[in-house]
Structures are given as C-alpha cells and as structure tokens.
Design a protein around this ligand. Structure first.
Ligand code: TXA
Ligand code: MG
Length: 323
C-alpha cells in the first residue's frame, strides 16, 4: 500500500456525505467502488444514473463486518457463516436471501442480495464511520474497465461525484469472487482471486458453475470490463502472425518482452504470475486504451485454474459482442 491514502478527516466527510444521499467513490482491495447509502433509494438511483447501468441489475452491499450480515439477509446459513469466518474481510461476495427491508433497486427485484466485507483500511474506516450498508458497484461506466486507482475513477467520472476517497492502487486488481448460497448448493457467479478450490475446502462440498436458474449478474454478460478500442484475444503462437497482417496501429498485452521484429505500436509486458497479472490488468488495459491504437491484442493466458478469473476478465474485455 502506498502513502496516498485518505485522511481520517476525509473519511469522516465521506461518511457524512453518504448519510446525506451523496455519491462517494471508495477504494477496496479488489477495485474502486461507487458508493451510496444502500437504504436510500434516491441515493442508489444516482449510482445507476452515473454509471449508465440498466435499472434491473442488482448491486452488492458493503458492510464493515460479518456481524452486520444478519441485518441484510433473511437468515445466515451455516455455509455463509463458514465462508465469512474464512474470507472476510476480503475479496468474496456472498449472495443470500434478502431481508424484507432491502430495496428492490439493490436486488434488481430478485429475492437475493449480494453482501461483501472489504478489507481495504480506507473502506473499513468509511464503513465503520457510516455505520450502515454501502451499495457499491465498481466505479466505472457500465461495461467499461474497472478502476484500480483514484485517478482511474476521475478519468471515468470527472467531477460529477461528491467525493473520491484515495486509497492507492487496489491490491488484488480484479473484482471479488461471487458465490451464490441462496439455492441449497453453492454456485460460482463470478470467478475471482479466491478460487473455487479455496471455497470448496471451507465448504466441504462442490461449488457449481452457474446454470439456467442462476440470477442475472452484469459481470456475467459476455461483453464487460471492456476497453473502448476494439480488443481481441490471440493465442501466444499466433501473436507474431496476427501482428504481421494487422495493418493498423496495434497495442499488445503479453506475458513476454517485445520481440525485435514485432510491429506493435505499443507493447505492455504483463507479469507471468496470475496474482501480479491481476494486480496490473485493468491499469494495463486502460493504458493501452489511451495509447491511440486501432486494435488491442491480448495474448491468451494459460489454461490452468489459477488463471481462471483472469481468463474470464480478458475474455469479456475482448468479447466480439461489443467490439
Ligand atoms: O470486488 C467487487 O465486488 C467490487 C468492489 C467495489 O467491491 N464491486 C463490484 O460490483 O464488482 P459490481 O456491481 O460491478 O459487480 C457485482 C456483480 C454484478 O455483476 C451484479 O450483477 C452481481 O454482482 N450481483 C449483485 N447482487 C446480486 C444478486 N443479488 N444476485 C446475483 N448477482 C448479484
Ligand atoms: Mg463492475
């Protein structure tokens, strides 16, 4: 964590803004969130307006600790208790049956709510000072690349938010793992740095892939986390060939240095370690997206499980549905 963290005073001001219906971007260990009081419908509506997000998409609620889980859900099943114990505060979101009072604008009209306890110290202090739940999707325009620094948030929203809390570069770099515990069996709704194996080790049962009955989640749309520049995935051994015939200004994200004879205009060398790759991914995509390229080529990552969450994100960034 670097030194550019919000002061205590700024954090108290953020909590006060939230209490008065304000929009506050805040750092978490995964990505920055766009926060509003989860119990204030008008405030949450402002999140949707700012993001340009469809109104029926649910947003997750951030709380300071596991003790607050019970006040947002109908009941806390044993598996949720165990996962909270093992992974909170941290990059895990649990989807559970909603408590009666949870607003439809939070749940997208579904009977479940997503809850997360972030570990970032600034988020923790803000949530404790505020006291309630903070609705917080990632602080980017709908479908766009998630922000991992306060500067990214500023680039997305300019001065249109009430406040942006500083917290340095997000440590994890990609969004939380989402597990649905509302349906008897655990389902993985979004892969993240907390892996299926880690979840299964704590739960003692298999975590399933989403099925036809799984709830809508915008992070599960084919095209998401996407740069504005057309973006394509290429197999490592096809990169040279693709560059040779591209005929336009190309930006490359690859886990190796630029070869001497490669014609890419911009080359970003990504770490060859899944954790560090995730940490850099969104900053790398944003950098490439602002480098005036006509095309971004992302080299495919290994097939192994530790790269699951990254394969998911780069696959959506490069989805042909959007580009
Ligand atoms: O790491 C994160 O989770 C970040 C930080 C800010 O906490 N937040 C985040 O929020 O990624 P967002 O809204 O960009 O992604 C949350 C995902 C969305 O795809 C949303 O549709 C899904 O969670 N979601 C929220 N509530 C849900 C529910 N009740 N049932 C199913 N999916 C839900
Ligand atoms: Mg998002």
């Amino acid at each position: 964590m670097n030194g550019d963290e919000a002061s205590e005073e700024a954090i108290l001001r953020a909590a006060d803004l939230l209490a008065h219906g304000g929009l506050v971007a805040f750092p978490t260990e995964t990505v920055y969130g766009l926060g509003a009081d989860a119990s204030n419908e008008a405030a949450v509506r402002r999140i949707f307006l700012a993001k340009g997000r469809p109104a029926d998409h649910p947003v997750i609620v951030h709380v300071a600790g596991s003790a607050q889980l019970a006040s947002w859900v109908r009941h806390v099943p044993e598996p949720a208790r165990r996962l909270a114990e093992a992974f909170w505060p941290g990059p895990l979101t649990m989807v559970l049956e909603r408590a009666e009072h949870v607003l439809d604008i939070i749940t997208g009209g579904q009977n479940t709510v997503g809850i997360r306890v972030p570990s970032h110290p600034v988020a923790q202090k803000m949530l404790r000072a505020f006291g309630g739940g903070v609705a917080g999707p990632s602080a980017n325009r709908f479908g766009h690349v998630s922000p991992t620094t306060a500067a990214h948030v500023r680039a997305e929203f300019g001065d249109s938010l009430d406040m942006i809390l500083e917290g340095g570069q997000s440590e994890v770099g990609i969004e939380s793992t989402i597990v649905d515990l509302s349906r008897g069996h655990p389902f993985l709704l979004r892969p993240g740095i907390i892996s299926v194996e880690q979840l299964e080790a704590v739960l003692g049962e298999t975590v399933r892939r989403p099925d036809a009955h799984s709830p809508r989640a915008s992070g599960t749309l084919a095209s998401h986390y996407a740069p504005t520049t057309p973006t394509r995935l290429v197999a490592p051994d096809a990169l040279e060939r693709t560059l040779a015939v591209a005929g336009v200004r190309v930006g490359v994200l690859a886990r190796r240095p630029r070869g001497a004879n490669l014609s890419a205009a911009v080359w970003v060398e990504a770490p060859d370690d899944a954790g560090r790759y995730a940490h850099e991914l969104y900053a790398d995509l944003r950098y490439l997206d602002t480098s005036r390229c006509d095309l971004i080529l992302v080299e495919q990552v290994p097939d192994s499980r530790e790269w699951d969450a990254i394969r998911d994100r780069i696959g959506r960034a490069a989805s042909p549905e959007r580009n």
